[in-house]
Ligand binder design. Structure first.
Ligand code: PXL
Length: 276
C-alpha cells in the first residue's frame, strides 16, 4: 500500500516535545509520511520563562508553491500552533489548493490552556482559529480551547467539567467538523477526553489516571496520534484509545524520571504501541 502523506503545519520548538517534534515521529510510526511545514522555529515552547522565535509567515506560500510545482497530492492536512494570526488565512488558502474530497483535515486549535491564552495569543487569534475550525473534518481542542471557541466562561467547578465537555463536543460540531475531541478534562482524579461523532451520533470517551502536574505537549501528542491513525484508516474512537494508551505509559515513566514538565513527556519509549 502506498504511504499516505500528511502536510503537518505547526511550529518546531527545540525543547518541549510538542508540535512538529511530536507530529513527525508519531505520523512516521503510524506509517504516514509527514510533510512538515514549520510555521515558526522556536528555541523552546512558550511556557518557559523566555524563548527565541523566528516567524516563517513570509516563507509559507513560497514553500507550498514549490510543492504545487511538484504536483504534491496529500491525504491529510494537520494544523496546530500558528505563529501569527495571518497564518490562518494562509492555511485556508492551502486547504483550497491541496484538499481533495478524501483529504482528512484535522485542526488542533492551539490557543491556550488552564483557562488562559498562551503567550502571544488573544481574542483576534481566537476569532481566526474559530474560522479555521469551519474547514476541518476533525478538531481536538483542550477543555480551555473548547470553551474559548464557544465564547463561554472558564470558571467551572471540577465536578461539572465532564458534563460541560460532552456538551461542548456536541456544540462544536455545529461549526462543521464531523468529529470533535475535547481533551484534558479533569474529573474525579482522572483526565478525560470526550469525543463526539456526527456520523455515529454518539459520544466516545477515554480516560487515564491524573498523575504528575501539567506536562508540555500532551495535547499535541494526542492530536498527532489521532491524525496518524485516522489517515491510515482507523476510527476516531480507536485512534483516541491508542493516544490515551501511549500518553498513560509515557506519563508514568516521565513522573518516575522526575523530569522537567516543560520539556514534555518521554514518549520515545512508547512509539511502538502505535505500530499496526
Ligand atoms: O503544545 C502547544 C504548543 C505548541 N507550540 C508552542 C507552544 C505550545 C504551548 O505552549 O508554546 C510553541
Amino acid at each position: 500500500m502506498a504511504v499516505p502523506k500528511v502536510a503537518a503545519i505547526h511550529d518546531i520548538s527545540g525543547l518541549g516535545r510538542c508540535s512538529l517534534t511530536a507530529a513527525i515521529p508519531i505520523l512516521s510510526v503510524c506509517g504516514v509520511q509527514a510533510i512538515p511545514l514549520p510555521t515558526a522555529v522556536l528555541s523552546n515552547q512558550t511556557a518557559f520563562d523566555s524563548y527565541e522565535k523566528v516567524d516563517l509567515s513570509l516563507h509559507l506560500p513560497r514553500i507550498t508553491e514549490e510543492w504545487g510545482k511538484r504536483g504534491l497530492e496529500i491525504q491529510g492536512i494537520f494544523t496546530g500552533y500558528l505563529s501569527e494570526e495571518k497564518q490562518v488565512q494562509f492555511v485556508e488558502d492551502f486547504i483550497d489548493k491541496f484538499c481533495k474530497p478524501d483529504t482528512l483535515v484535522l485542526v488542533d486549535p492551539v490557543l491556550g490552556d488552564d483557562g488562559s491564552f498562551y503567550k502571544g495569543f488573544g481574542e483576534s487569534m481566537l476569532a481566526a482559529m474559530k474560522r479555521l475550525c469551519h474547514r476541518a473534518d476533525v478538531i481536538t481542542p483542550n477543555f480551555t480551547e473548547a470553551l474559548m471557541l464557544l465564547g463561554q466562561g472558564q470558571n467551572l467547578p471540577q465536578e461539572q467539567q465532564l458534563e460541560k465537555a460532552k456538551e461542548a463536543a456536541l456544540s462544536l460540531t455545529k461549526l462543521g467538523p464531523k468529529t470533535v475531541v475535547v481533551t484534558g478534562v479533569h474529573h474525579q482524579g482522572r483526565i478525560w477526553n470526550v469525543g463526539y461523532s456526527v456520523q455515529k451520533q454518539q459520544w466516545f470517551t477515554q480516560s487515564s489516571p491524573q498523575i504528575g502536574g501539567g506536562y508540555s505537549g500532551t495535547g499535541d501528542i494526542l492530536s498527532s496520534v489521532i491524525c496518524g491513525c485516522m489517515v491510515r484508516g482507523e476510527s476516531a474512537e480507536k485512534a483516541l484509545q491508542r493516544a490515551v494508551e501511549l500518553l498513560e505509559a509515557a506519563l508514568n515513566e516521565t513522573v518516575q524520571d522526575g523530569s522537567e514538565p516543560k520539556e514534555g513527556i518521554v514518549f520515545e519509549h512508547y512509539l511502538h504501541l502505535l505500530m499496526e
